[in-house]
Design a protein around this ligand. Structure first.
Ligand SMILES: C[S@@+](CC[C@H](N)C(=O)[O-])C[C@H]1O[C@@H](n2cnc3c(N)ncnc32)[C@H](O)[C@@H]1O
Length: 243
C-alpha cells in the first residue's frame, strides 16, 4: 500500500489532532525519553548551559525540551513548533521561566520573530517531516553563532536491509496498531513512510556538510534502535575556518 506523506498544513493539522495521545503513544517506545536525553547530552553544552541560548526546533509536546533542560538546566531555551495543538500540550507542563514556547514553521523562523544567535539547536524527529530540509538547515546555520552546535536526533536508517526490516517490524507490530487505536492512523502511517523515504544516515551527513556545517558526525543509539535512530552532531564554522 502506498502512503502519501503529510506535509506543511496537513502535517501540522495531523499533529494538532494527535497531540492529546502523543505522550501516551511515545511512552510505548522503550527509551524514547532516554534516547532524547542521550542526544541532548551529546551536544556537550558547558556549565549546565549557563549563559547559553538553545533552540528546540520542532519541540512537540516538550519531550525534547525536557531532555535539553535535563542536560542544560541553566540555559535559556526557546522551543518552537508549527502545531498549535502540540505546543498547547507542551506549554501546559511545568517549566522554569527560562523556557519559552513559540508557534512557528521551521521554514520561516525569522518571519515569526525567532531570531538568533543561538549557541545550540536541537532538532528531534523534525527534519524528515519538512518539505525542504536543506532550506531549514540553512536557516538553522544562520541562526547559530559561529561555532554553534547542532544535534539532529532522527530516525535515519543505516542503509542495511536488516535495519530497514527492524523499522518495518516495529511499525507493523507496535506503531501502526497503537496509532490506529488512538485514532491517529494517518499520522503514524506518515511516520513509517517518512523514515523509509528520508535520507540514510550517510546521506544526511552529506546534507549537513553541504549546508555549511563542519565537524559532522553520526553517533548510533544503543538498544533496539541501533541502525535506525542516530544523533548527528555538527557545528557552524568559527571565523576564519574553512569548511
Ligand atoms: C515527531 S514530533 C517530535 C516532537 C519532539 N521534538 C519530541 O522529540 O518528542 C515532530 C514535531 O515537529 C513538528 N513539525 C513538523 N514539521 C514542522 C515544521 N515544518 N515546522 C515546525 N515544526 C514542525 C510537529 O508539529 C511535531 O510537533
Amino acid at each position: 500500500m502506498t502512503t502519501t506523506l503529510l506535509r506543511d498544513h496537513d502535517l501540522a493539522a495531523a499533529f494538532d489532532r494527535g497531540a492529546d495521545s502523543y505522550d501516551r503513544l511515545v511512552a510505548l517506545n522503550p527509551g524514547y525519553h532516554a534516547h532524547l536525553r542521550r542526544s541532548a547530552r551529546r551536544l556537550q553544552l558547558p556549565g549546565g548551559g549557563a549563559g547559553l541560548r538553545v533552540l528546540d526546533l520542532g519541540c512537540g509536546t516538550g519531550a525534547s525540551t525536557a531532555a535539553l533542560l535535563a542536560t542544560a538546566p541553566a540555559a535559556e531555551i526557546v522551543a518552537v513548533d508549527a502545531s498549535a495543538g502540540m505546543l498547547a500540550r507542551a506549554a501546559a507542563k511545568d517549566w522554569p521561566d527560562r523556557v519559552t514556547f513559540r508557534q512557528a514553521p521551521a521554514e520561516a523562523l525569522a518571519e515569526a520573530g525567532v531570531t538568533g544567535p543561538f549557541d545550540a539547536v536541537f532538532a528531534a524527529y523534525l527534519l524528515r517531516n519538512v518539505t525542504d530540509p536543506d532550506h531549514v538547515l540553512a536557516q538553522v546555520r544562520d541562526l547559530l553563532a559561529p561555532g554553534g552546535r547542532l544535534a539532529v536526533h532522527e530516525y535515519t536508517l543505516s542503509g542495511s536491509r536488516a535495519h530497514r526490516a527492524v523499522w518495518a517490524a516495529v511499525c507493523r507490530a507496535v506503531v501502526q496498531p497503537a496509532g490506529t487505536l488512538a485514532g491517529d492512523r494517518d499520522l503514524y502511517r506518515h511516520l513509517r513512510r517518512s523514515v523509509v523515504d528520508f535520507d540514510t544516515v550517510g546521506t544526511l551527513r552529506g546534507r549537513l556538510r553541504c549546508a555549511g556545517f563542519t565537524g559532522v558526525r553520526a553517533l548510533p543509539m544503543p538498544g533496539w534502535p541501533t541502525g535506525v535512530l542516530h544523533t548527528l552532531l555538527a557545528r557552524t564554522p568559527r571565523p576564519g575556518e574553512t569548511v
